[in-house]
Design a protein. Structure first.
Length: 553
């Protein structure tokens, strides 16, 4: 039988280098457990592969409870023969007894001595199936304990004396906080907060201090959701830990700071931009999650309608000129430009970008991170980029007259320039550039096209159900034709989508330059493209209205 290590490498779950790093540790833990702890592979992927190799079933105990064929009342209580402490220590959970066979859920199927101990203690034959450590610990708590969550268990590992010392703003507390933030329970707590966000594909983590509590919220598909939060008394320790991870000054609590964290979770390389902001009740932290492995770099998968996709592909392949993408913060403008760059990136062209910050690293493209504090602004950087003989230039954002002027001049002198502008629609980009002092005759010569876009949430496939059209929403959409000839849907909410009814987002676009003239020539507005996606069952009417409230029809 092929070993676990060779299988993981063959299936490209880990690299040879990662395996060597783990093997060099040489501690008593199994290779698989160490790979998970170091973030090289997701626990679920590891257990699925181990189950396949050992011919064992993998279960998600949290999902098993919701199964119609399973009853929690049928779980045997064996705490009179196996202590709860033993179950927790060796991560085992007795699931069911059939005739004389006990189904034992284990996190480590190679722990033969524990199996033998349970067999001797209970007198049952043992059949093993697999589940994650936290899933097993949660099940033990629900069956034998107080029903504590993973976060509550971690907090329970801290002594009251430690927790009581976590407050205070005095300078002498800084060294204590630094030590405390390096303790295992605090590290586990912060890692849990980050890992949970990655698991549910959140884009941002908000840690917000208030007078009586500490609130944690995740932004999922553009919308914030409250999640389980640690108690207020852990505020200083949690924030100090994040500041240490992002190389911020933990003694400075009066001024905003910005940092960056590189983290491995579920086998993914995660970059996080960290921002701290002093508020009256402590420092507010926001972490933007940049999942390099989760970036969609195929135009066809972004959700472009066929006509706009064809137009966009035609524009990005032009030898010179300027292409702008507009929309509010968080509407996917940068991702669209990255995808365009990926499409045209080849050995025969030179691509240089200047961004604030560089969100995703792309092979074969020269990327610059602006640093205004040392004089490296969009304008000064762009001026230097032009001397580097590029074919394609991407400017993260045109936000001042100098940058606009240099970008326009670059487009007129043989460069293809991609950039973004903060306006609500495609036509508004013209006015914005004029406000920055760009002459109309230069704009007409340089500007190839403007794409306005929004991101609408996609209805979760698991809980997608038919829905009725409300007349009020139909009126707001301004749609008069085709009603009743198709079914619209909504998501009821389930575990798969964190009970939001939506999972993932797609682009809604509106292209071309001058709105009224463009509409005469067949341009779709954002809301019209959204209506098409409603008819296709991709999203809901309420979601289209949410992201196009400012559009005038």
């Amino acid at each position: 039988m092929e070993t676990l290590e060779r299988t993981l490498i063959r299936e490209k779950k880990i690299t040879e280098e990662q395996l060597q790093k783990v093997a060099a540790q040489g501690n008593s833990k199994s290779i698989g457990k160490r790979l998970v702890e170091m973030g090289y592979i997701a626990e679920e992927d590891m257990l699925n592969i181990m189950g396949r190799l050992l011919n064992l079933s993998y279960l998600k105990l949290s999902e098993l409870e919701k199964s119609s064929t399973f009853s929690i009342a049928n779980i045997p209580r064996l705490d009179d023969r196996i202590s709860v402490k033993f179950m927790k220590e060796y991560k085992i959970f007795p699931l069911k007894i059939d005739n004389n066979t006990l189904t034992l859920v284990m996190a480590d199927p190679l722990d033969v001595s524990t199996m033998d101990e349970v067999r001797l203690t209970t007198g049952y034959d043992i059949q093993v199936c697999l589940s994650g450590e936290n899933e097993i610990l949660d099940a033990i708590e629900k069956q034998y304990g107080t029903g504590a969550t993973t976060m509550e268990r971690i907090i329970g590992d801290m002594s009251e004396e430690e927790i009581d010392l976590m407050g205070g703003e005095a300078e002498e507390e800084t060294e204590h906080l630094k030590d405390l933030a390096s303790e295992a329970p605090v590290i586990k707590l912060v890692n849990l907060i980050i890992t949970r966000a990655v698991e549910i594909s959140a884009s941002d983590i908000h840690i917000e201090p208030f007078e009586g509590d500490l609130k944690i919220r995740y932004r999922i598909d553009g919308v914030l959701h409250d999640v389980e939060s640690p108690p207020k008394k852990l505020q200083s320790a949690v924030i100090s830990r994040i500041k240490i991870m992002s190389k911020l000054n933990i003694a400075e609590r009066r001024l905003p700071q910005d940092g960056r964290i590189r983290f491995k979770a579920m086998g993914k390389n995660i970059d996080m931009r960290v921002s701290s902001l002093p508020t009256i009740y402590g420092e507010s932290i926001v972490m933007r999650i940049l999942d390099r492995g989760g970036v969609v770099l195929e135009l066809e998968k972004l959700g472009f309608p066929s006509k706009e996709l064809s137009q966009f592909e035609n524009l990005i392949s032009k030898p010179y000129g300027m292409l702008l993408v507009t929309g509010p913060t968080g509407s996917g403008k940068t991702t669209t430009l990255y995808t365009g760059l990926h499409k045209i990136n080849s050995p025969d062209i030179k691509v240089i970008t200047i961004e604030d910050p560089v969100e995703y690293q792309m092979h074969g493209i020269n990327q610059i991170h602006v640093k205004p504090q040392i004089g490296l602004t969009f304008a000064s950087g762009l001026r230097s980029i032009v001397r580097q003989d590029p074919d394609v230039i991407m400017v993260g954002e045109i936000r001042d007259p100098e940058t606009a002027d240099i970008a326009i001049q670059s487009a007129l002198t043989g460069h293809m320039v991609f950039s973004t502008v903060h306006t609500n629609d495609a036509a508004g980009a013209i006015t914005r550039l004029q406000d920055m002092g760009v002459e109309s005759f230069l704009m007409s010569s340089a500007l190839l096209g403007v794409l306005a876009q929004r991101l609408v949430r996609v209805i979760c496939k698991k809980c997608k159900t038919p829905s009725k059209m409300e007349s009020k929403m139909i009126d707001e959409m301004g749609i008069k034709e085709g009603l009743g000839s198709f079914t619209i849907y909504e998501g009821k909410g389930c575990d798969e989508c964190s009970n939001t009814g939506y999972r993932g987002r797609v682009v809604m676009t509106s292209a071309n330059i001058i709105k009224e003239k463009a509409r005469e020539q067949g341009m779709k507005t954002l809301r019209e493209d959204g209506w098409d996606k409603v008819k296709q069952g991709v999203t809901s009417i309420s979601e289209v209205l949410r992201v196009t409230l400012e559009e005038e029809l």
